[in-house]
Design a protein around this ligand. Sequence first.
Ligand SMILES: Cc1cc2nc3c(=O)[nH]c(=O)nc-3n(C[C@H](O)[C@H](O)[C@H](O)COP(=O)(O)OP(=O)(O)OC[C@H]3O[C@@H](n4cnc5c(N)ncnc54)[C@H](O)[C@@H]3O)c2cc1C
Length: 377
Amino acid sequence: MQVSIIGSGFAALAAVRKLRDLDLGRRLEITVISPKASLTYLPSLIWVPSGIRTGEDLRVSLERYFKEMGVHHHAGEVTSIEYKGRIVQTTHGEVYNDALIIASGASYLRKAPGIENTINPCSGISAAQAIRKRLSCMSGGTVAMGFSGNPKEAAGVRGGPMFEFLFGLHTQLKRERRRDNFKLAFVSPMRQPGKRLGTKAVKGLLKAMKKRDVETHLGHKIVSFGPDSVTTEAGSFHSDLTVFLPGMTGQPWFASTDFELSEGGFFKADGSCRVQGNAEQVWVAGDAGSMPGPLWQAKQAHMAEIQARTAATNVYRTFKGQDADATFKNELICIVDTLDSGMLVSRFPNFSLMLPPTRMMHYLKRFLEYKHLYYYR
Ligand SMILES: Cc1cc2nc3c(=O)[nH]c(=O)nc-3n(C[C@H](O)[C@H](O)[C@H](O)COP(=O)(O)OP(=O)(O)OC[C@H]3O[C@@H](n4cnc5c(N)ncnc54)[C@H](O)[C@@H]3O)c2cc1C
């Protein structure tokens, strides 16, 4: 039986691991399809502007890991999926499968006028490096940071990292003894940015901004971004460097499939990660999917891995002739890092927890990075 997995990020690698855990005899032929046999550890992008991490620190070759796991890597970008999922078209030919797990991640909306005047720090290593370069050329000025969501899908938002870039910048400038030369501003059309972390967390985040002398522009629709300005419905303000994270959506090729897409443009799936629409044995995990869940459901590496293990279990159960009835529970666990401390926020179906910032949480975040990367290296 042949299983194709699209992507080599958190969800894809968790699916590989789970399939191999279940398939002890290594009967499954697993093909991973992604542009490169490498993993980019996105959560540590927040440490690139300050120089704690370089781009190279965050890129891990997976060639050895794939060899060890008996995985074939097909280097290419997926352009479409045909025959209910059985054929994946890529920029370097087509790949046949008996079951497919889509773990390609998502993309970002770029509709706001003048968005090209901003840097999206979550788009990858080069964007985080560009922020570092721009900051090193500035002797002072205003840096505006912020994020918005996908108006069509509440889960299409990634707020946590923007708080981390903001607080990290404050700490970095203080360490460089030039914080006084900079004005920091935070902008979001949301009145309560970071709401899915919980009301208590929003209060804590806004308090942390006030403490760090960050000017806030909240609750007004963003009209446009200029080369040195941000305009909201409440007016314009000056910005020498605008770092902005738009809402999340599906990748352009998603619409070329026969699969059902959610309002926000992600692959619609049920609670067992099964893709809806004209699909058979097609599963989705991670940022690419839209699954049922609570309002605080988040697109996170942690959830991507949980969903991937669910999808892999269902693929395996189907091959065994069993019911594909594995489901997952939503969890939200994140450490909002400030370079010198971290605030733990977690939510579970019937329990939530928020701890005040401590230095230990910063080191825990570093340890989690080490653990992940060590495993794949
Ligand atoms: C700055 C930042 C900080 C974050 N911090 C945290 C955190 O602290 N904790 C946390 O849990 N989450 C965090 N996240 C979120 C987390 O990184 C994502 O939710 C997670 O990466 C999603 O995993 P994924 O496998 O679905 O997608 P990705 O990790 O994005 O992987 C997608 C994979 O698919 C490949 N791909 C893309 N397009 C194609 C295509 N057309 N064809 C084939 N392959 C393709 C990519 O090359 C990649 O290998 C953070 C994200 C960012 C950007």
